[in-house]
Design a protein around this ligand. Structure first.
Ligand code: ADP
Ligand code: GN1
Ligand code: MG
Length: 358
């Protein structure tokens, strides 16, 4: 569907209204993304409205991306890193009527998938995220800001869940009883993490923090990895953020929105391909403790996502957009089922990891 945006936004990026068409694209839950096509020049761009309810300090995002882009330009000049195109005034973003906008180069002949249909795609996607981590292994992480405080802190997410529990009505409590019990029963994942949290062998790294499969572009014909996108949460973190979110979104043939839980199953060939792709870049970089925690990274992130969806449902759906009232509860059910599948297949998954670490 074609759209009209405020002409001031278009002017800020040097577009003339008559020559462009705008359509909304993407399945992301946070920002609004538009494809801008310039008919005369046959050029395309990605225009994004940054969600400032989620990202309270968009300047931090722009600063982080700029710092990493400058570093990669020197250290890995051939690497395709998507950084914003400056506005007509030389800024990283346009601030118009209290909203932040940024323009990105459109990467043609690529696809962004919501679920994977071939193990090769898992290999290529995981390799792309692993490559970003490897190229940034010597980057000074203290130069980057937290774009969302405590974003992947399981401690914070559990705390937010516990606070939501105190405020809910008995009706909501009854509706979410099974998932609330599940959230409490899995707290051992947080406790286990705490026993490692301060290990020097678990260093801060530059993490993408949102490696879900729609955030990597693959060649539309061959599925070869092209580049990673959605860099809003590129910031310091622990290694399991990226690998964990890959497990969350690559292993099952159905997305987090699937409500038929019998479909939520782990696909071992996809796991193997994902591990191979990631380790092809990161095997020589990971510390012994990180290697030990590879499978745990999946449990950590899937549990955290289940908590985040459940907490949002309990809070009245204030963070994740929904298409129907109980969608966040359904998403939490989906994620708890996925977590259960990881646990059920733990032995096979761990032996695949070990085979690929030698
Ligand atoms: P969100 O934060 O809403 O997930 P993304 O940055 O992931 O936003 O962008 C949403 C979608 O827009 C992507 O899944 C992809 O389909 C498309 N997209 C984003 N950036 C590009 C790009 N540089 N080139 C081509 N498509 C892109
Ligand atoms: C959000 O922006 P998007 O849709 O790629 C969320 C992630 C969640 C994901 C769940 C900033 O990602 O953390 O894992 O939804 N991003 C933010 O689908 O909260
Ligand atoms: Mg996205």
């Amino acid at each position: 569907m074609e759209l009209n945006l405020d002409p001031e936004i278009l002017k800020a990026f040097g577009f003339s209204e008559e020559n462009i068409t705008i359509t909304q694209i993407g399945s992301g839950l946070i920002n609004r993304t538009y494809l801008v096509s310039e008919q005369l020049a046959d050029k395309k761009y990605i225009l994004q409205n940054i969600n400032t309810a989620v990202f309270k300090n968009p300047e931090a995002i722009a600063n982080n991306i700029k710092a990493v882009a400058n570093y990669l330009l020197i250290s890995s000049p051939d690497y395709l890193f998507i950084k914003p195109i400056q506005t007509a005034f030389g800024d990283e973003m346009a601030f118009i009527k209290h909203e932040y906008w940024r323009l990105l180069p459109f990467i043609a002949d690529t696809v962004s998938l919501d679920v994977l249909t071939q193990p090769l795609q898992a290999y290529e996607a995981a390799k792309q995220f692993g490559k970003l981590s490897r190229l940034l292994k010597n980057f000074n992480v203290s130069k980057l800001e937290q774009t969302i405080a405590g974003f992947h802190s399981l401690d914070l997410r559990f705390d937010q869940f516990s606070k939501a529990l105190i405020c809910i009505t008995p009706e909501i409590k009854a509706l979410a009883k099974i998932q609330i019990d599940s959230a409490l029963a899995h707290k051992y994942i947080l406790d286990f993490y705490k026993s490692y949290a301060h290990s020097v062998d678990l260093p801060d790294r530059v993490m993408h923090h949102d490696t879900k499969i729609s955030n990597v572009l693959l060649n539309a014909d061959t599925f070869e990895g092209v580049c990673v996108i959605d860099l809003d949460t590129l910031m310091p973190g622990k290694f399991f953020s990226d690998l964990g979110d890959m497990m969350r979104t690559y292993l099952c043939a159905f997305s987090e929105n699937e409500t038929d839980l019998s479909k939520i199953k782990i696909r071992l060939p996809y796991f193997e391909a994902m591990i191979k792709g990631y380790l092809s870049e990161m095997k020589s970089v990971l510390t012994p403790t990180e290697k030990e925690l590879i499978l745990f990274s999946g449990k950590y992130i899937i549990y955290m996502q289940a908590l985040r969806f459940l907490t949002d449902y309990l809070n009245g759906n204030i963070y994740y957009p929904i298409n129907y009232e109980s969608q966040n509860l359904d998403r939490a059910k989906n994620q708890f089922k996925l977590l259960q599948e990881i646990t059920l297949n733990e032995k096979e998954l761990q032996s695949i990891i070990e085979e690929n670490l030698v």
